[in-house]
Ligand binder design. Structure first.
Ligand code: NAD
Length: 435
């Protein structure tokens, strides 16, 4: 019996169940159930009032059998060691699902960045890199942005790393601003990849864009760009939300307008984000109804897109979900208990390790461009991304049909087969014959 709110136990359960279906050797399974290495650092940061505060940070390096490890860094007060480890396991699976030559890692700092000044965030970012830089690098482990970390933060981290190692290493981190070696299209890549999945999904569901309604929980990098892509393509985005609440409009919401409203109420001086729900106040019409973050999950829509944090769809609220399909832009938004309930109800779940893999795929493209010091146009990036996402969606869908499993189990089966093949070739499996 696992604790469904512990993402580490959830990740272990997913890996265990897919590995058993594939008959993976125990010696390999044991290695997949734990990270190769976990780094824990305490980072002293001088605050603007002259005091010093100490923040705890982690980096979990799960598996490097398929290549250098890859995974974002999260700044959030709810970060835990177990969460970071789970996220690193999902990164290994995600890179393998879309067949890019990378392993999995993840980082996090327990901090509420909304309470820090920009200067303190820069000192925290640099301190984190000083603590772990020996274990990072383009051929070892390559971080990227995640919740509440930005291209600017990546630029500070790159700068600190290059000072420490004494040379230019733009490929040590991705999600950078274009001016310091970022890739065109990286900022919208996660949403773009999820959008390609939705396009394939509606084909399978025999829906057309104009009749497809969507609700999106989380209006940050992933969620707001997804809302815009869907709206521009003709889908009806009828509800969006952020940490402060949400808004519903049955005729559809214009995401660009919602983003403007959010920007207007933000306090830029201290990283405090604005509220998307303010659109209902500004528009002053009854069409815009405020809704809570619980209610948005339970709306009657064709597609629900969780794009905020993990564990929002649980064994408790899964019974109330009325969406026909869920496309997981967030990492780990659905617990294993919820998965069972959703399967009973026939709700299709396009799992995180496929649906949000656009981000890491374009991060991989960024590393490739950094290595060549030669940069592509955005159009070329998205052409290459579409090919990878379409092929990965097709492979996972075929596996689901062939094995008669849900899409998440299918994606894990595809990923674990690829990771375990690489581990075996590297001699990491126990040999039964004496050599
Ligand atoms: P972000 O910081 O840009 O945005 C997070 C959003 O979630 C914000 O709008 C915030 O208000 C909202 N939020 C926070 N707590 C919430 C709550 N309790 N209820 C509702 N909304 C809440 O982060 P992001 O980069 O958009 O990441 C969102 C999710 O997507 C995360 O799970 C992340 O791991 C995943 N993801 C992001 C990327 C990427 O490239 N950005 C890639 C893969 C996966």
């Amino acid at each position: 019996m696992t604790n469904e709110n512990n993402p580490f136990e959830s990740a272990q359960e997913l890996i265990r169940s897919a590995a058993h279906k594939l008959n993976i050797e125990n010696s390999l399974l044991e290695q997949l159930l734990e990270p190769m290495r976990i780094l824990e650092v305490n980072i002293p940061v001088r605050m603007n009032d002259g005091t010093t505060q100490v923040f705890k940070g982690f980096r979990s390096q799960h598996n490097d059998a398929r290549g250098p490890m890859k995974g974002g860094i999260r700044f959030h007060p709810g970060v835990t060691r177990d969460e970071v480890v789970a996220l690193s396991m999902w990164m290994t699976m995600k890179c393998a699902t879309v067949n890019i030559p990378l392993g999995g890692a993840k980082g996090g700092i327990i901090v509420n960045p909304k309470e820090l000044t920009e200067g303190a965030i820069e000192r925290l970012s640099r301190g984190y890199i000083r603590g772990i830089y020996k274990y990072l690098g383009p051929t070892q482990d390559v971080p990227a942005p995640d919740v509440y970390t930005t291209p600017q933060i990546m630029a500070w981290m790159l700068d600190e790393y290059e000072v420490l190692v004494g040379g230019k290493e733009p490929g040590m981190i991705t999600g950078k601003p274009l001016e310091v070696g970022g890739a065109a299209g990286r900022a919208s890549a996660t949403a773009q990849g999820g959008f390609y999945c939705i396009e394939k999904l509606i084909e399978k569901m025999k829906l057309n864009r104009m009749d497809t309604t969507v609700a999106i929980q989380g209006f940050g990098n992933a969620g707001s760009i997804m809302a815009k892509l869907l709206h521009d393509a003709g889908y009806r985005v009828i509800a969006v939300s952020d940490s402060k609440g949400g808004v519903f409009r049955s005729q559809g919401i214009d995401p660009t307008r919602a983003l403007d409203v959010k920007a207007q109420s933000a306090h830029l001086a201290c990283y405090e984000e604005g509220k998307v729900c303010d659109i209902s106040k500004i528009k002053q019409t009854k069409e815009y109804k405020p809704i809570s973050n619980d209610e948005i999950l339970e709306l009657e829509v064709d597609i629900l897109v969780p794009a905020a944090l993990e564990n929002v769809i649980t064994g408790k609220n899964a019974k109330k979900i009325k969406a026909k399909a869920i496309v997981e832009l967030a990492n780990g938004p659905t617990t294993p208990d919820a998965d069972k309930e959703l399967a009973k109800k026939g709700i299709i779940v396009v799992p995180d390790i496929l649906a949000n893999a656009g981000g890491v795929t374009v991060s991989y493209f960024e590393q490739v461009q950094n290595a060549y010091n030669y940069y592509w146009e955005e159009e070329e990036t998205f052409q290459k991304l579409k090919k990878i996402m379409d092929e990965s969606f097709a492979t996972v869908w075929e596996t689901k049909e062939k094995e008669q499993v849900d899409m998440r189990t299918a994606a894990y089966m595809v990923a674990i087969k690829r990771v375990s093949d690489a581990m075996r070739l590297r001699g990491r499996a126990k040999r039964f014959v004496q050599d």
